[in-house]
Write a protein that binds this ligand. Structure first.
Ligand code: FES
Length: 170
């Protein structure tokens, strides 16, 4: 386990996860295909992916940090900055946009008192625009903390946010 401890000194991955990723990477012809898996594990444990997470991923997979960064910045569900406990991805693609997505986005901004890219002062919510979430039949839709909601009415927003606040304080 000495090697694992050496490359993950800030605890971004559980020991078992780290060992499994190292083992798996050794078996692959193109370890780069595991980048998202490692980044998602780091994000699950840490809430977002700091620079150390990019470096750790590169070390595990035997690729350069730039190669990891290319993947990390391509996927909008990988966070390279600290976000709130509940990142809110509001779909702004065509089906949602034409079914009231713009008004829904405004309602979220009004309820939370923040705009896109910002996090509430209590550290709970971050508002983020998103391309199609893949549930166009439920437009307008949002994804909060990996869970999809839709179709949402403007009246649903306050209740949803209050429910998440209660969940956070439980
Ligand atoms: S356009 Fe919003 S989920 Fe597809």
């Amino acid at each position: 386990m000495a090697q694992e401890e050496k490359i993950d000194q800030i605890g971004l991955l559980e020991e078992e996860e780290l060992a499994a990723f190292i083992d798996h990477a050794c078996e692959l012809e193109h370890p780069r295909e595991m980048v998202i898996d490692v980044l998602r594990a780091i994000q699950k444990n840490h809430g977002w992916v700091p620079d150390e997470g990019v470096e750790l991923t590169a070390t595990i997979l035997g690729i350069t940090p730039i190669e990891v960064e290319e993947v990390a910045t391509f996927y909008d569900k990988i966070f390279r900055r600290q976000v709130g406990r509940f990142p809110i991805h509001i779909c702004d693609s065509i089906c949602c946009w034409s079914n009231g997505g713009e008004e829904l986005a405004e309602q979220f901004q009004k309820t939370l008192g923040i705009t896109f890219g910002e996090t509430t002062k209590d550290g709970l919510f971050t508002l983020l625009p998103s391309c199609c979430l893949g549930v166009c039949g439920q437009a307008p839709a949002v994804m909060i903390h990996q869970k999809l909601y839709g179709p949402l009415q403007l009246d649903d927003v306050d209740e949803l946010i209050n429910r998440l606040r209660r969940e956070a304080s439980a």
